[in-house]
Ligand binder design. Structure first.
Ligand SMILES: *Cc1c(COP(=O)(O)O)cnc(C)c1O
Length: 396
């Protein structure tokens, strides 16, 4: 089930079965190997394993069978040669930076990426001599203008958080390759159930498995997917040396999450589209952001590039912060939490939570106003969710 190129099975089959390896016990559900180290038959075998001349398990910082099953399943879903799991989504992005870049290198990154990602490139990698230029996600000309001789990596998220802007991934992949750069895509919002960036020409994918891959808000984890040539040497060696390994327990939870991934993404998308349409009709709502809407500037591009529109909806209410906070305080079903990709719906006020660490000017440039709210639409009954929003938006 791990063949590359033309996948032998469709996505839903791979999501249930790819990467699964049975032990002699013939268990049907994947085994959870809660062990830090592994035993060798002889001193000679230990030497071979440590040197990497004989394949097999050594130590769970870089070899664990449960983690490997998760990696192989996610690689199959993304259509990548190799996957390396990490302790979190952020440690996946850090692994990418520290294993593929060096002092003097330059990165072009979309402005609208996850807040911690901005910090990671600007402040953390910045201290080690890697410079990053941030550009508007949808402005392909700005990407081209930002590329310098020292540029090695283009990094983006699509759709963006929270305004669901969509990048033309194929066009940016062409641009990257014309300048000998790599294109990495954070595929957290769509997951491979809705979007396969490697097929569009991207070189690398990063994931926060914490979100939809888990799907139930249980565990923190991440992953990098891409070619063996990049992951097999540099990123594997980084993981072995730096050690941000995924816990086998979390890998086991994610394996179970992947089995229902496309069912869940379909339902998240369908309910989110209904909610977006409902919100667009509300007099107190100024603007709604979801790629399912005809009013979305990249609606056509999303239809070409994605299988569906995903579960994140943002909307702007009249009356700025007070009005937005009032809705947050009045909903009963939506949880007030910044997590997303959960079966339970959540509501967030980005300007004072997820995007509070950046300046007001930067927020304004990104289009994140005080009246903006973000929903991560869960798997509850759509009518119950709409009734909850209707009441919260109401006059009373
Ligand atoms: C949450 C998130 C991350 C960071 O992932 P963690 O697992 O929380 O470290 C990165 N990118 C996106 C798009 C996210 O939503």
């Amino acid at each position: 089930m791990n063949e590359q190129g033309d996948d032998p099975y469709a996505l839903d089959t791979l999501a249930c079965r790819a990467g699964s390896v049975r032990t002699v016990e013939q268990e049907h559900s994947e085994a959870l190997f809660l062990t830090s180290s592994f035993c060798f038959d002889s001193a000679a075998q230990a030497a071979e394993r440590f040197a990497g001349r004989e394949p097999g398990n050594v130590y769970s910082r870089f070899t664990n069978p449960t983690v490997r099953m998760f990696e192989q399943r996610l690689a199959a879903l993304e259509g990548g040669e190799r996957c390396i799991a990490t302790a979190s989504g952020m440690s996946a992005i850090l692994a990418l930076g520290l294993s593929l870049l060096a002092a003097g290198d330059h990165v072009v990154c979309s402005r609208d990426v996850f807040g911690a990602t901005v910090n990671l490139f600007k402040n953390l990698l910045g201290r080690f001599g890697v410079r990053t230029t941030f550009v508007p996600l949808t402005d392909t000309r700005a990407w081209a203008a930002a590329i310098e001789p020292a540029t090695r990596l283009l990094f983006l998220e699509s759709p963006s958080n929270p305004l669901t802007e969509v990048a033309d991934i194929a066009a940016l992949a062409d641009l990257a390759h014309a300048h000998d750069c790599l294109l990495a895509v954070d595929n957290c919002f769509c997951t491979p159930a809705l979007q396969r960036p490697l097929k569009l020409g991207a070189d690398l994918i990063v994931h926060s498995a914490t979100k939809y891959l888990d799907g139930h808000g249980r565990c923190v984890g991440g992953a990098i997917v891409g070619p063996e040539a990049l992951l097999g040497e540099k990123i594997h060696n980084y993981m072995r040396t730096a050690g941000p390994a995924l816990s086998p327990f979390n890998a086991w939870v994610f394996l179970k999450g992947l089995e229902t991934l496309s069912l869940r993404m379909g339902r998240h998308s369908a309910t989110a589209a209904r909610i977006a349409t409902f919100l667009e009709q509300q007099p107190r709502v100024r603007r709604v952001f979801h790629t399912s809407l005809n009013s979305h500037p990249q609606h056509a591009l999303a239809l070409r590039q994605q299988r569906d529109h995903g579960g994140i909806v943002a909307f702007e209410v009249q009356g700025e912060r007070a009005a937005a906070w009032r809705i947050v305080d009045r909903v009963r079903l939506f949880s007030i939490t910044a997590n997303l990709g959960d079966a339970k719906s959540t509501i967030t006020h980005p300007a004072t939570t997820t995007h509070a660490r950046i300046t007001a000017e930067e927020r304004a440039a990104m289009g994140i106003g005080e009246g903006l709210l973000r929903l991560s639409v869960g798997l509850e009954d759509p009518d119950d969710l709409i009734a909850d929003l209707d009441r919260a938006l109401g006059a009373g």
